[in-house]
Design a protein around this ligand. Structure first.
Ligand SMILES: Cc1ncc(COP(=O)(O)O)c(C=O)c1O
Length: 237
């Protein structure tokens, strides 16, 4: 946030400025400090744009995402997300003022020249939004599962990224070692992909675990047993 403030202070205030951020960061699983960003945007006459691909359906009292979680919905004018993650369909959404949406509809080439979502994916997304609103117990289960897995990983002694979400990366470092870890896990029945540069910075290759509401305690314990076996075989714990 100090760096952001320096950049905002340095720019010419006649330049319209957008602060663009993820809500939940996809590779570390941490949550953007949206209240601080909104405050800086207000202080320096900028606006915040949040890509909440990983927060929609996951965070917030009613599942509306990171903006709801951080209580900044009325202070963030541009909010986008995908329908492909928690919502389980395809496509995405962008919300903002009617003027902004009309501007995009008329100028956004990727939108203008792309076929509209199929009726099937639109219906699936609509149904998922209803489930997110009406079945908060799924979200409660997701966070309980997340805590069980995170605690298990800490108990095993893995080096974890500073995640605050259901994305739980185990930092391995070397890319070949991370691939080896992922392959070993697959032979033990756990699909957990290795993420390497350029997707993440050099020396931070990782196994990116993602937990869902539908995992059971038995699934999590089975995954932890496999992670323990693979981690020991590769001298990681
Ligand atoms: C932060 C972020 N934004 C947007 C997207 C795009 O989503 P989609 O694959 O549904 O286009 C992703 C997908 O992985 C993502 O991680």
């Amino acid at each position: 946030m100090n760096h952001l403030e320096q950049l905002l202070a340095r720019r010419s205030s006649s330049n319209p400025t957008l602060i663009v951020t993820d809500g939940i960061f996809s590779m570390d699983g941490d949550i953007a400090p949206l209240r601080d960003m909104a405050l800086l945007a207000e202080r320096y006459g900028a606006a915040v744009y949040v890509d909440d691909a990983h927060g929609t359906g996951i965070l917030g009292e009613t599942g509306r995402g990171t903006l709801e979680h951080c209580h900044v919905e009325s202070r963030v004018p541009y909010h986008m997300g995908t329908l492909s993650k928690a919502i389980g369909s395809a496509g995405g959404y962008l919300s903002g003022s009617a003027e902004f949406i009309a501007y995009l509809v008329n100028t956004c080439r990727a939108f203008t020249y792309t076929t509209a979502p199929t009726p099937g994916s639109a219906a699936a997304a609509t149904a998922a939004l209803r489930i997110i609103r009406q079945e908060p117990e799924r979200r409660a289960r997701l966070w309980r599962n997340r805590d069980r897995l995170a605690q298990g990983l800490r108990d095993l002694g893995f080096r974890l990224a500073s995640s605050e979400s259901p994305i739980l990366p185990i930092i391995v470092g070397d890319p070949d070692r991370a691939m080896n870890f992922a392959r070993t896990l697959l032979t033990l029945g756990v699909y957990a992909p290795a993420i390497r540069p350029p997707t993440v910075p050099a020396s931070t290759s990782r196994i990116r675990l993602t937990i869902t509401a539908d995992h059971t305690d038995e699934h999590i314990d089975q995954a932890l047993a496999a992670l323990a076996q693979a981690g020991r075989a590769l001298n990681m714990i």
